[in-house]
Every structure is written in structure tokens, then in C-alpha cells.
Design a binder for this molecule. Structure first.
Ligand code: C2E
Ligand code: CA
Ligand code: CA
Ligand code: CA
Length: 275
């Protein structure tokens, strides 16, 4: 998210050699620290458009780097993917998110799954199974967010993995919908429960007739295919009003809440059961 990075991050705009050096340092540090307390999971709520109550949270990882400060995922997820470290890091996020949200009655948690994790197939299913078992989180309270491009690579295998996830009782969301290259046929044939409208369309709603048309079409598609629709990146009251009127069911964005720590979730949704 914007505005979170401390000034220490400035080296990213330095010259190429420094960038390469910094990248190497980060990669090395990542290898050393995955799964340690140098990472934190923040939770950004999604709200029901009808009731404006929080209904779910999305787990978003941050790296508290000892030298560079708080790093947003855009700075290190690509490195973690390139090196394969996203597999242990993703498992750590999943386990942490399940264990945290298991303490809240009724709250659903969604966790981002990298294409690299998704390609692991059976190993991903095993990890999800273990995270649910160890945390006690009921499977219907876990949702996995997957971007549409992973479906293109090996469509048959992808379908198997998605069906495997559904067989565990876990929900599936297609993330950043509208920005990738999948076809509408995937939405029809693959077992998704939800589509998340990418925030670049939401951000343009008040200025662009085209963006309005696209968002209306996605909401219509969701209705036709019996998929829930969440709009991401809702930043203004105007966008909220427009989306509610257009029939979008769930909303996520800075207008409602920023990603927050586990401790701050208590203010959002008072815990009614000790964990
Ligand atoms: P995403 O999955 O699309 O997550 C939503 C991003 O939008 C988050 O950025 C969130 O902080 C930001 N956001 C939410 N509301 C607003 C808003 O109103 N305006 C704006 N401008 N931004 C908003 P974040 O946390 O920096 O994460 C960036 C991306 O990093 C995520 O995009 C996701 O693709 C990836 N990511 C984050 N955590 C994980 C993780 O645990 N595993 C994997 N594989 N990827 C992750
Ligand atoms: Ca996401
Ligand atoms: Ca997204
Ligand atoms: Ca459905």
C-alpha cells in the first residue's frame, strides 16, 4: 500500500548496480528469515455493501526487514517467486492466517496463492489440509485467491487443483479479475465462488464511462454465473455509492479500512469467544 514505506526504501530508485546489490541482499535475507518473526500478516476487511458489516478479511504479508524497514509485498514477492521461497513463505502466511482467524467466530479469511504455489498441485492441497487441521479453522471459513493467468498454463491440471481445493470445502476467488488473459469459459467451467474486480477499474469509476461499463459487465457476469462479486480498491464515498447501486455485494478498500494488525481486528469485530 502507498505511504507505508519508510524513507529507507529510497535505494530502489538508485542506479542499476545498487539495485542489483540490494536485490541480492534481499534474496539472501529472504532465504535466511522466511518463517521467522521478521514477517507479519496484516488483515484487510471486506464489507457487505448491504449491511456495511465486515464479513471477511484478506491476509496480506509484510516484511519487517531489519535494515530496510517495512517492505510491502511488491518489493519481495517477485523475489520469493523467482527463488521458490514463496512456497515456505506462502505456507507460513496460510498457517498464521488460519490460526489467527480461527479465534474469531464467523469471520472468513482469504489468502493469496502465488502461481508458483499453485503449480505445486498436490503439495499445495496437502499444505492447506494441514493448515486447516492444525488451526481448527473450518474449511468454509478459508478462501484462496488465485489470479486467472495460472489457469492458462496447464488447464487440465489447474482444474484438478481447483477441484481438489473445493473438495476440501475451501472457497475459491479469482483475484484481479479483468486484468489477465483467461476466457469467460474458465469462469463457467472452473469452480470459483467469487470474482474480485481489480482496483484499476474501481479507481476509474468516477471519471470513466468505460470503467463503469466494465464493472457493470463484471457484476452482471457474476450474477449470471452465480458468483459473488467483490470490488477492491474502493477509496471514495462516490465509488462506494456507485458500486452499491450497481449491485456489487462486497467492497474492500481504504474507504472502509486499511490492512490492519491482528490486534486492531478486535476493534473492528469484537471477539465473542476466547481463543
Ligand atoms: P492483491 O491481492 O490485489 O491485494 C490488494 C492490495 O491492494 C493490497 O496491497 C492492499 O493493501 C491494496 N489496497 C487495498 N485497498 C486499497 C485501496 O483502497 N487503494 C489502494 N490503492 N490499494 C488498496 P499489498 O498488501 O501491498 O499487496 C500487494 C499484492 O501483493 C497483493 O495484491 C498480492 O498480489 C500480493 N500479496 C500480498 N500478500 C501476499 C501473500 O501472502 N502471498 C502472495 N502470494 N501474494 C501476496
Ligand atoms: Ca488478493
Ligand atoms: Ca486483487
Ligand atoms: Ca457458485
Amino acid at each position: 500500500a502507498q505511504g507505508e514505506e519508510p524513507p529507507g526504501i529510497a535505494f530502489f530508485s538508485a542506479d542499476m548496480t545498487e539495485q542489483v546489490q540490494a536485490k541480492r541482499t534481499l534474496e539472501h535475507d529472504l532465504r535466511r528469515t522466511v518463517g521467522s518473526e521478521d514477517f507479519v500478516v496484516l488483515y484487510q476487511p471486506r464489507f457487505s455493501a448491504a449491511t456495511q458489516e465486515p464479513v471477511a478479511v484478506e491476509a496480506l504479508v509484510r516484511w519487517l526487514h531489519p535494515g530496510f524497514g517495512l517492505l510491502s509485498p511488491d518489493r519481495f514477492i517477485p523475489l520469493a517467486e523467482a527463488s521458490g521461497l514463496i512456497v515456505p513463505l506462502g505456507e507460513w502466511v496460510l498457517r498464521r492466517a488460519c490460526a489467527t482467524i480461527a479465534k474469531w467466530p464467523d469471520l472468513v479469511v482469504s489468502v493469496n496463492v502465488s502461481p508458483v504455489q499453485f503449480r505445486q498441485g498436490e503439495q499445495l492441497l496437502e499444505t492447506v489440509r494441514a493448515a486447516l487441521k492444525d488451526s481448527g479453522l473450518p474449511p468454509e471459513r478459508l478462501e484462496l485467491e488465485i489470479t486467472e493467468n495460472v489457469l492458462l498454463e496447464n488447464t487440465e491440471k489447474a482444474l484438478d487443483v481447483l477441484v481438489g481445493i473445493k473438495t476440501l470445502g475451501v472457497r475459491l476467488a479469482m483475484d484481479d479479475f479483468g486484468t489477465g488473459y483467461s476466457s469467460l469459459n474458465y469462469l463457467r467451467n472452473f469452480p470459483f465462488d467469487r470474482i474480485k474486480i481489480d482496483r484499476r477499474f474501481v479507481g476509474d469509476l468516477e471519471q470513466s464511462r468505460d470503467a463503469q461499463g466494465i464493472v457493470e459487465a463484471i457484476i452482471g457476469l457474476g450474477r449470471a454465473l452465480n458468483l459473488q462479486v467483490t470490488a477492491e480498491g474502493v477509496e471514495t464515498a462516490g465509488q462506494f455509492a456507485w458500486l452499491r447501486k450497481a449491485g456489487c455485494e462486497e467492497l474492500q478498500g481504504f474507504h472502509f479500512a486499511r490492512p490492519m494488525s491482528e490486534a486492531d481486528l478486535i476493534a473492528l469485530k469484537p471477539r465473542t469467544r476466547a481463543g
